[in-house]
Write a protein that binds this ligand. Structure first.
Ligand SMILES: [Zn+2]
Length: 141
């Protein structure tokens, strides 16, 4: 787990894969790391698996393999509290159930969704009506 804690998310490098909650655990016989992809078909999944492989190899765990677990499916609820804080500090509003997002710049909730699609499929484009800054919000999933 200490090795996995150091593997960054390829799309949001301030987050580690453990912050994202995609590491489901470690299993034995055979030794393996169990991970759940975030969004189905997310192109980052292959990159994440590659990063885990490299981190494990570098730490001497060459005989540990990476197993992809699809059920139960990953949800944004699995993002850790530390992960949510890091997203906000990075300028991305964490996922939430409310219809409004809190502006990561000024904290205002007077915000509006501009587009369902941001720079990556997992984020939506928002704009703050108080400070007028655009920002991204991690989509609830
Ligand atoms: Zn603002």
């Amino acid at each position: 787990m200490a090795v996995l804690e150091t593997v960054p998310d390829p799309e949001i490098p301030v987050l580690t894969i453990t912050d994202l909650g995609i590491v489901r655990g470690i299993a034995e016989d055979p030794p393996r790391v169990r991970i759940s992809p975030t969004y189905t078909g997310c192109p980052a999944t292959t990159a994440i698996e590659q990063s885990i492989r490299e981190a494990l190899d570098a730490a001497g765990f060459r005989d540990v393999y990476v197993e992809r677990v699809l059920f139960p499916p990953w949800t944004t609820d699995w993002i850790s509290e530390r992960g949510r804080e890091r997203l906000k500090a990075y300028g991305i509003a964490p996922p939430g159930v409310s219809a409004t997002a809190e502006c990561p710049q000024c904290g205002s909730t007077d915000t509006v969704e501009v587009s369902r699609f941001g720079a990556t499929p997992c984020k939506a484009q928002w704009r703050c009506k108080s400070c007028l800054e655009p920002f991204e919000r991690f989509k609830c999933h």
